[in-house]
Write a protein of this length. Structure first.
Lengths: 246, 712
């Protein structure tokens, strides 16, 4: 199978000396959706940010379709435009209307004309069911709507892989559904994606593969069925603690 | 900010407001220009002479005035020129020559007709003289019944005791003669001829005319007093003779140069006569309606308005005293003045500054000028400051550290760059060492070395900013070079333990752009603005350094913006200096304000921008700055209001802005409370309008969900 993203022995040590990621390796294949689960501080968000180098990894390799991207010679802006990212706190550009949030990258990175960019943007907004709010400012949207716009913003760039960084954890429970539905729809369409999430049920239902991270390393990984049949003690404990919360 | 203006329909009310604002401002300015009812009126009044004959000559004795003209016309007035009556015609010759004195009048024509009216007579007697082929050009009384006449080819005749005697000299035509008393007289003529007699005209000596007038036709001479004589040429030149320490008047003659004509010695008109009122005050007449007066011996000659057309040729003026006078000219023109012909100011009045209305009337024009000057430097200062502020704040927040720059390059490159930097740094410092040594400093005095090396020779020498640049570059490159040489590929912090305290030394964390911007802001924020004004204007002379070449560059431009820049801004050195002082200073403060706003933007915004592939500068420009500027509108308003208020310091460099105008108004009116009070109000109007505008801008650009701003 075609590997879109290859991560080999990734390390990240923060300036203060905290070793957030200590040798993580995995592949993501074409059309595959990978869920990364784990407790807070386990390094899962760091892994995600190291992939598109919002955080510079201190060791290891990241390859996008075989090209090494964590090297100074790589055109990082081009690489980032090929990797869509959705943030926990949405990070919409609050001074721009919904439609302008989406066309910003198209116009200034893809160098599209304003008209082309807008028709493109209307397409992705329809996909996330936000077409009717295209002229609203982000400040006037609910959390779920914001996150769907953020997904549309990433999608508009036609990324080869999407990274979701806890896309639902800043949302009220009743708003989570619409976002998850959107993500599930993308997965069904065959979008390659990595989802860092706390939604265990979502990981089980949508992900082709689940990676459980603990303390900077991959503690267990495999088909989504490992959630129901954890092999390691650590994953078992993690899952049971989550179930207790629920 | 720019992005949101482009998007959607918020645009129109926004522009409309700016439109209304500028219209209101324009109306305010137009209304405030003082209505100009003041004008000038001629100091001469037309008097009916009762004749249409050309009048050639006019004379007065007391209030008795006689004018002579074409075909023997003679008219007289006994009331100082107010009313005239025609005298009985005694000759049909044109009476072109006249004189008065000793209570007597004399009139003569070129053909030798000479009429005299002695002081104790009421009728004219004919004492005509036949001087053969020569024509008579000038005459002068030397007693109540004595005269001297001059004419062609050096003819001179004296008349005494009813007898004419020939005193002719060989030479050019003599055109006029004037006697101070019965003994001393001067005759003038063609080719710069000047003759002097001190025996009542019996014998004559040549005097030298100034070389400039050596070939001129000297047509009129007035031997006015012991200390002054004037003569004129028909080309519009004035010759002046004054008593010098060892020389009586009449010996040395000088050309009069006219300050009012740009230092020229020529008035550019055909003069016909000169009439002296006092030693330094004289009137001139000429063709084409020319009447003029000088009150300072000819330094400034001001042409006078006349109530007649310019086709009138004025031939003579007679002053009855220092102020009343009569001028005569072609077609019986006769003008009378009570004020030496000086233009009368109509609508001007002596102002009483103890009345507030009068005071305001007087000072508002100056205040508007000052306001205009203030607004000029403020607007350019704001632009310069904002530009600097944005640039510096971006430099200050730039994340790139030496470590990041170094990590991208191989160790060999780093180390060899280090060696090169060290060598360049050392050689720059070596170049500077002798200069610094020559300054003759000792001990702590070296803190003043930066000023010394820029201008080692003082006021006589040039400013050498490159030396200062070399100093900074030398030190920085040397230190940077050493650091780069010491690189081991890890670029880590060094931890030192000194007496139990941990010292962290992290040179690799230095951000070069931040470093440069910090030097700038530290310098400008830690020195007083008034000293910056003085240093920039008088020390650096930025007005001359930038304004002069700038004005020269725009010399040929005709575009109205460029001509405004050239004439109103660049040509005014103090203005250029003031703009730079305000802009550079405000830039340092605005930098900190904008930097604060940038740090208030969540870091996730930068991540989000970068994650869709925008580079750092694009993200700053399109994502961070538009939000940061919105956040910092209130503090920026502070900065701009401060800039307006600080602009009053421009008075220390002699820029005539509002505050300086107030001082000038004070100097005239002494109304301290009123003038400074009016300036306060003027400043308040400007800054309050600015503040209102910024408040409006803040509301218009407010984005839902960005920041806690209160209100809706």
């Amino acid at each position: 199978m075609d590997s879109v993203l290859t991560i080999t022995d990734m390390h990240k040590t923060y300036a203060g000396g905290v070793q957030a990621v200590r040798g993580v390796s995995f592949d993501v294949n074409e059309g595959e959706s990978v869920a990364i689960i784990g407790s807070s501080g386990s390094g899962k968000s760091t892994v995600l940010r190291c992939i598109n180098r919002l955080i510079e990894p201190t060791g290891g390799e990241v390859r996008l379709r075989g090209d090494l991207i964590n090297t100074p010679s790589a055109d990082i802006n081009n690489v980032r435009s090929r990797i869509g990212m959705v943030f926990q706190s949405f990070e919409l550009f609050s001074h721009l209307r919904v439609i302008d949030n989406i066309t910003l990258g198209l116009r200034h990175v893809r160098k599209m004309s304003k008209r082309d960019a807008e028709s493109e943007a209307l397409g992705v907004l329809e996909k996330v069911d936000m077409l009717d709010r295209k002229d609203a400012f982000p400040g006037n949207l609910s959390g779920g709507q914001k996150q769907r716009v953020a997904i549309a913003r990433a999608l508009a760039m036609k990324p080869e892989v999407m990274l979701f960084d806890e896309p639902t954890s800043a949302l009220d429970p009743e708003l989570i559904g619409s976002v998850l539905k959107t993500i599930r729809g993308l997965a069904d369409e065959g979008m390659t994606m990595i989802v860092v999430t706390h939604e265990i049920s979502f990981a089980r239902d949508v992900a082709d593969r689940v990676i459980y991270m603990d303390n900077g390393i991959i503690a267990e990984s495999g088909e989504s069925s490992i959630i129901d049949n954890p092999k390691t003690e650590r994953l078992k404990r993690f899952l049971s603690s989550i179930n207790e919360e629920d | 900010m720019i992005e949101s203006m482009n998007s959607g329909n918020q645009r129109s009310p926004h522009l409309a407001f700016i439109g209304y604002f500028s219209i209101a401002l324009a109306i305010l300015l137009v209304l405030s220009v003082p209505a100009n009812a003041q004008e000038y009126r001629s100091g001469w009044d037309i008097v009916d002479s009762g004749t249409l004959a050309d009048l050639y000559s006019v004379e007065s004795e007391g209030s008795e005035v006689w004018a002579f003209g074409e075909n023997g016309a003679m008219i007289s007035s006994n009331d100082g020129g107010l009313s005239w009556e025609a005298g009985e015609s005694l000759t049909s010759s044109d009476l072109t020559i006249s004189d008065s004195g000793y209570g007597s009048f004399l009139a003569a024509s070129e053909d030798g007709t000479i009429l005299i009216k002695s002081g104790n007579e009421i009728i004219w007697s004919d004492i005509s003289l036949d001087i053969g082929n020569e024509l008579v050009y000038g005459a002068c009384l030397t007693g109540d019944n004595a005269a001297v006449i001059v004419g062609g080819n050096g003819s001179i005749w004296t008349y005494e005791m009813q007898v004419w005697s020939d005193r002719s000299v060989s030479g050019e035509d003599l055109l006029d003669v004037s006697f101070l008393d019965s003994e001393r007289g001067i005759a003038v003529g063609e080719q710069g001829t000047i003759l002097f007699s001190d025996d009542g005209g019996s014998s004559w000596d040549y005097r030298d005319a100034p070389t400039e007038a050596s070939s001129s036709r000297i047509i009129d001479i007035e031997f006015f007093s012991e200390i002054r004589a004037y003569a004129i040429t028909d080309e519009g030149e004035i010759l002046k003779s004054s008593r010098e320490i060892n020389t009586a008047v009449g010996f040395l003659w000088n050309m009069q140069y006219f300050e009012s004509e740009g230092g020229s010695a020529n008035l550019g008109v055909n003069l016909t006569s000169i009439e002296i009122a006092t030693t330094n005050k004289f009137l001139l007449s000429g063709n084409d309606g020319y009447l003029s007066m000088s009150k300072d011996g000819g330094n400034i000659v001001s042409r006078q308005m006349i109530p007649l057309g310019n086709s009138t040729s004025f031939n003579d003026i007679a002053m009855l005293d220092g102020f009343n006078g009569v001028a005569v000219g072609s077609d019986g023109s006769l003008l009378l003045t009570e004020r030496s012909g000086e233009d009368e100011q109509v609508g001007f009045e002596v102002r009483d500054f103890s009345e507030f209305g009068n005071f305001v009337d007087y000072s508002k024009g100056m205040l508007i000028e000052g306001l205009y000057a203030t607004i000029n430097i403020v607007i350019f200062g704001i632009f310069l400051g904002f530009f600097l502020g944005i640039s510096l704040s971006m430099m200050k927040t730039s994340p790139t550290t030496l470590k990041e720059i170094s990590q991208r390059r191989s160790l060999v490159v780093i180390k060899s760059t280090g060696v090169i930097f060290t060598i360049i740094g050392l050689s720059l410092l070596r170049y500077l060492v002798p200069i610094i040594q020559n300054l003759g400093l000792d001990g702590w005095e070296y803190i003043y070395a930066p000023i010394g090396i820029i201008n080692p020779d003082g006021i006589t020498g040039e400013l050498q900013f490159e030396n200062f640049l070399f100093l900074i570059l030398g030190v920085s490159l040397f230190l940077l070079g050493i650091l780069l040489i010491s690189a081991n590929g890890e670029y880590k912090k060094s931890h030192y333990n000194i007496r139990g305290k941990e010292i962290i030394w992290n040179p690799w964390g230095i951000r070069p752009l931040n470093f440069i911007a910090t030097i700038y802001t530290d310098i400008f924020r830690n020195t007083p603005l008034i000293v910056q004004f003085l240093f920039i204007h008088f020390g650096v002379q930025i007005g001359a350094l930038i304004g002069d070449p700038g004005a020269e560059m725009l010399e040929d431009s005709s575009n109205f913006i460029l001509t405004f820049l050239r004439d109103d801004i660049l040509s005014n050195r103090a203005c250029v200096s003031a703009i730079f002082a305000l802009g550079l200073n405000s830039g340092a403060y605005q930098c900190e304000t904008i930097r604060g706003a940038i740090s208030a933007i969540p870091s996730g915004q930068m991540e989000a921008g970068r994650s869709i592939g925008l580079n750092y500068m694009q993200t700053m420009r399109l994502v961070i700055m538009p939000q940061a500027i919105r956040i910092c509108i209130p503090p920026m308003g502070n900065e701009m209001v401060n800039l307006v208020l600080n602009s009053s310091l421009a008075m220390v460099i002699g820029y005539s802005e509002l505050t300086r105008k107030a001082k000038l108004i004070n100097a005239v009116t002494f109304q301290v409370f009123w003038s400074y009070g009016m300036v306060l109000i003027s400043y308040f109007i400007v800054t309050w309008t600015l503040a209102l505008f910024l408040r409006y801008l803040e509301n218009k650009t407010r984005i839902p969900g960005l920041g806690i701003s209160g209100g809706s």
